[in-house]
Design a protein. Structure first.
Length: 201
């Protein structure tokens, strides 16, 4: 295993061009599926959580928008940080933030808490996605570039498909406890991504 540009071990092959080995690329795809499945499971459940604690239906739009707040404000800056400091540390940081925010959302007692924690989930998701895209861009040959990004998009779509379905299974009849169970399931799903990031280190 070689060393990344930031000086830490990473998923590059011995090839001096840093071409990703096939096994590492598949680990990245798995992380990408889990990242999207977890976030897309949680996003619709947050609205049910809000209604369950008495948030007015008219305020749900603000809550839904909170997920995109940090991506709107920080996407370019995070991209620069990832380029400067290396992808792996941001991949780990993004996953940890997603896990923490997901568990906090399951226990959120107020609209203010939901807003803050949902915004944090969006930031963790953004950071993870940018880091994975950076790894694929840096570690792919020109011949594999288009194919790998197409596979990355396909894995994201798969995660977005299965995540809400899993959430619906756990939410069941929509009681407050069932919604909490669905949010906890999303948090556990996000946690599954952490060992995969450890493998990529």
């Amino acid at each position: 295993m070689t060393t990344t540009q930031s000086g830490s071990a990473g998923p590059a092959a011995a090839d001096p061009r840093g071409v990703l080995e096939r096994q590492w690329f598949f680990w990245l795809l798995g992380t990408f599926v889990i990242t999207h499945a977890g976030s897309q499971l949680i996003r619709p459940m947050v609205s049910y959580r809000a209604l369950g604690i008495g948030v007015a239906p008219g305020d749900l739009g603000w809550l839904a928008a909170a997920f995109s707040l940090f991506p709107l404000l920080l996407a370019l800056q995070i991209g620069r940080w990832v380029d400067r400091h290396g992808e792996i540390r941001f991949l780990l940081a993004g996953n940890v933030l997603m896990v923490a925010a997901a568990f906090a959302l399951a226990l959120a007692p107020s609209m203010a808490a939901l807003l803050a924690e949902f915004a944090a989930l969006g930031l963790g998701h953004l950071t993870t996605v940018v880091a994975i895209q950076g790894l694929v861009a840096r570690g792919s040959t020109e011949a594999a570039y288009d194919r790998r990004f197409a596979q990355l998009a396909l894995s994201a779509s798969f995660g977005q498909l299965v995540g809400p379905a899993i959430g619906g299974y756990f939410a069941g009849g929509g009681s407050e406890q069932e919604v909490t169970n669905a949010l906890l399931a999303g948090a556990v799903l996000c946690t599954v991504g952490l060992p995969l990031v450890g493998i990529l280190r």
